[in-house]
Design a protein around this ligand. Structure first.
Ligand code: GLC
Length: 825
């Protein structure tokens, strides 16, 4: 219960009618004030402003202009167990809220809010002049933008990574989930809305999350170079200010607020092959056989809309797919998983069980008069029975349960994952291309219109899928891919940025887009490799595959009319390069899995911009043609046609070209020569990375050597995680985590591996430890035991041994759970 400490009557009226551009009325002051444990509330006849501490380092501002606050409900923000108490300090005309990591200062007349971190660094602050303002149902706030503020985030957005814009020209973004086939770098909005951004100010960061699902917009220095504003066409101005001080702290706090990605199944980190559409069954089988015959690794094959009867969810076209269980079972024996598309737009067709059940249960979105809404999507183009579709109302818990349960029929056939598409929702009604805004949604018992529910429709579709899969197979990690989603949707699905195009600028755009998603809480992302609309040249396909070698989600996919887009579709030279790229993906899988587990735990993206690890280096602030993968790898894909060189900026101290001892100094750019088969990868000085021999799919991993590469450097540390890759046993302690520490100094060279934490044991295998840049070693000891030296060619046959191979020392040992201490002299 709020404790009313005191109320103050101000003489000034609620919202002044001070006319501003566009008719905005700016909030001046409010006559009443009281304090609660977490903060303070101001109110007048209709308006209400509340500023409160909600979590460690997180303050919330809530303002409603019309009739007080509505229900305190969020689809994105997770319930906070218990909000900490803020210290409240009142002085003349000012209220301050203080906590360990963040302070708020609220000036009473006019009402303006600003924030500081515990170190006294200014964070977010209202623009003194404009502050909060309203016009009609719309609400907006103007914030001061400082000259050196860099701005990032906003989920899946086109344009550069740094939204301050080069030459400070700024950006203006809209949040409205939209089906934007063949979009380009200037298209906005697209499929996803994440109203979150991060400001980097001279190396220190803070974040803002605007928790409003209506159509919203953000102006970053475009209206005026010293202003950032955001607002929505309806609902409350309800936002969270998130303290750093580092950008990593901001993302950790933001994802504590809105949740983190679930642990993915390991197969989902392998290579995925898709197209619209592989049909009939024999075509899919031929694709599978060709991967295995050509020894190009892959884990997952995708079935797009044509596997269904007349594009009806949860049906099979039995002429083309007479025996889905037999097909999927056979593919499973070849080491493939199958993911099927399931669009949430069943046709309005009495007699079709999904329609009948949904209709009887009142599960479909209705018009204001209560009748079922229907509109054209894929089923309106069905080969035979063309129909308009109805749309499950995923804002209702019972509808989510019902729809989620329907996946049983697919899981029973052996389907491993679900692809939710068209869930903006895309409805082919011009000009909106979505549902009418006055349609009704249950909204968990507080009915609302589509204008409010639109942006969460896709996210709640995936919530229904994810929770359905969890209920149906409680011990299996669900895999869901979605096109549309909202802040917090990372809890339910991986995301791909929709229908990109097969051209070089789309390849280049894919990097800042994926990096921006990672900063916005979505680490499990990847774009259609090769581009969706159109057909890539052989060179473009190869470059895209390389750029995606460390894409968390790595899938080739293309549209219906395009040329073949498999790794072998571009002639023998490209086939062998493409094979090597995918082989490399699998060689890196131990590292990739390790980093994705870290993303699941911490919320920090594995694929990340340079500034995330080097926020104090201004050279990193606008880099978006290369990326870090974790902290130890820097990837600089070739993004230009016909390139013979690649400029790479390396932050920090020093890096090594992958798998070599070629050293590159940090804090400078390097010009690296490239060939068609080059993907420049750099490993941080002292880095320890984890790899394995080539496998054809993740099912072949058990028993394979774990390769541990140690790069030159005085010291280096890494943590390495593994588990069964599939079940929920990891959550019950069945995993293996080990800390590795290398040291190279005058006393010699050492590697310490701590005893493993967790109860999972890998199948019997060996470690192959590769010490780069090490010569003149005469003795290797494993604890007290002296290892035998062998010829480098014999290293893979011995049980425990070492060899000097050129500039590296190789050591082979059986994997064990106990601590290891290797000393080299
Ligand atoms: C949409 C999807 C695309 C899919 C197609 C057919 O355009 O974005 O990936 O292949 O629909 O389902």
């Amino acid at each position: 219960m709020p404790v009313v400490r005191h109320a103050l009557l101000c003489s000034i009226l609620a919202v002044s009618a001070a006319a501003q551009a566009g008719g905005w009325r700016s909030l001046q002051s409010l006559p009443q004030r009281s304090t609660i444990d977490q903060g303070a509330i101001w109110w007048g006849e209709q308006d209400r402003l509340q500023v409160s501490l909600v979590d460690d380092g997180v303050m919330r501002v809530r303002y409603a202009a019309q009739s007080g606050f509505g229900r305190d409900h969020s689809w994105a923000v997770l319930p906070v167990a218990q909000s900490p108490t803020a210290e409240i300090v009142e002085s003349e005309g000012v209220t301050e809220l203080r906590s360990a990591a963040i302070h708020a200062r609220i000036q009473h007349a006019p009402l303006r809010v600003s924030f500081w971190d515990a170190g006294g660094q200014a964070l977010d602050a209202d623009d003194p002049e404009r502050g909060i303002a309203v016009v009609g149902n719309a609400v907006r706030v103007w914030k001061a933008l400082q000259a050196n503020d860099q701005v990032y985030g906003f989920g899946q957005k086109n344009g550069r990574l740094n939204k301050r814009g080069w030459s400070q020209g700024g950006y203006h973004y809209t949040m409205w989930n939209s089906d934007t086939f063949a979009y380009d770098s200037s298209t906005d909005p697209t499929y996803v809305s994440v109203p979150f951004y991060l400001v980097l100010r001279e190396g220190r960061a803070f974040g803002v999350y605007f928790d409003n699902t209506h159509r919203s917009s953000f102006d970053i220095g475009r209206e005026s170079p010293d202003l950032l504003s955001f607002g929505a066409t309806g609902g409350e101005l309800d936002y969270y200010v998130i303290a750093g001080p580092t950008p990593k702290d901001v993302i950790a706090r933001y994802t504590h607020l809105t949740g983190r990605m679930p642990m993915p199944p390991r197969w989902a980190l392998g290579f995925h092959q898709s197209r619209w559409s592989y049909h009939p069954a024999s075509k899919l089988q031929w694709i599978a056989d060709t991967f295995r015959q050509k020894r190009i690794p892959a884990d997952t094959l995708w079935l797009d809309i044509d596997y269904q009867q007349d594009f009806k969810p949860f049906t099979w076209d039995r002429l083309q797919f007479p025996d889905p269980a037999g097909l999927i079972g056979g593919l499973r024996e070849q080491g493939f998983r199958v993911v099927t598309i399931v669009d949430a737009h069943p046709p309005l067709q009495p007699g079709y069980p999904v329609y009948d059940e949904g209709h009887a249960g009142g599960h479909f979105v209705t018009r204001p008069d209560g009748s079922e809404f229907s509109g054209p999507v894929w089923p309106s183009q069905a080969p035979q029975d063309k129909r308009d579709s109805v749309f499950p109302d995923f804002t209702s818990a019972s509808t989510r349960d019902w729809w989620g349960g329907l996946y049983a029929s697919l899981l029973d056939l052996g389907v491993a994952g679900i692809w939710n598409d068209m869930n903006e929702p895309s409805v082919w009604i011009k000009p909106s291309w979505t549902m009418p805004l006055d349609l009704r949604h249950d909204n968990e018992g507080q009915p609302t219109d589509h204008a409010e529910a639109h942006n969460v429709y896709g996210m709640l579709n995936t919530r229904s899928t994810f929770e359905g899969l969890q209920r149906l197979r409680p011990d299996t990690r669900p895999f869901v891919l979605t096109r549309a989603t909202f802040a917090g949707g990372q809890r339910y699905a991986a995301v791909w940025p929709g229908d990109n195009t097969a051209d070089w600028s789309a390849l280049r755009q894919s990097i800042p887009t994926l990096l921006g998603m990672g900063l916005s809480g979505f680490p499990f992302v990847g774009a259609d490799i090769g581009g969706f609309a159109g057909s890539p040249s052989p060179e473009l396909f190869t470059r895209w595959l390389q750029a995606a070698q460390f894409s968390p989600f790595m899938r080739a996919h293309t549209e219906q009319q395009s040329a073949d887009q498999e790794p072998w579709s571009y002639g023998v030279r490209h086939e062998s390069i493409n094979r090597r790229v995918i082989e490399a993906r699998y060689q890196w899988l131990p590292q990739i899995y390790n980093e994705m587990e870290a993303a699941h735990r911490s919320g920090l993206p594995a694929m990340r911009p340079l500034f995330l690890d080097y926020p104090n280096d201004p050279e990193t602030w606008s880099r978006d043609d290369s990326y870090l993968f974790g902290s130890d790898l820097l990837i600089a894909p070739v993004l230009v046609e016909g390139a013979t060189h690649r400029e790479v900026y390396l932050p920090g101290a020093a890096w090594y070209s992958f798998d070599s001892v070629q050293r590159f100094e940090g804090e400078q750019s390097h010009r690296v020569p490239v060939e068609l088969d080059s993907l420049p990868i750099f490993v941080r000085e002292g880095g320890i990375v984890f790899r394995q021999p080539v496998v054809q799919h993740t099912g072949e991993m058990p028993g394979k050597d774990l390769i541990v590469q140690l790069y030159p450097g005085a010291v280096g540390e890494a943590s390495f995680y593994e588990d069964d890759g599939e079940t929920m046993a990891f959550a019950r302690g069945v995993f293996a985590r080990r800390a590795f520490r290398q040291q190279r100094d005058a006393d010699g060279v050492q590697l310490g591996i701590d005893a493993q934490q967790g109860r999972w044991r890998p199948a019997a295998r060996h470690w192959r430890i590769e010490w780069l840049g090490l010569q003149g070693i005469g003795e290797v000891r494993d604890g007290d035991r002296r290892l035998a030296q062998v010829d480098p060619d014999a290293i893979d046959e011995c049980e425990r041994c070492w060899a000097q191979a050129g500039d590296r020392v190789l050591i082979r040992l059986p994997d064990r759970a106990t601590a290891v201490n290797l000393r080299l002299r």
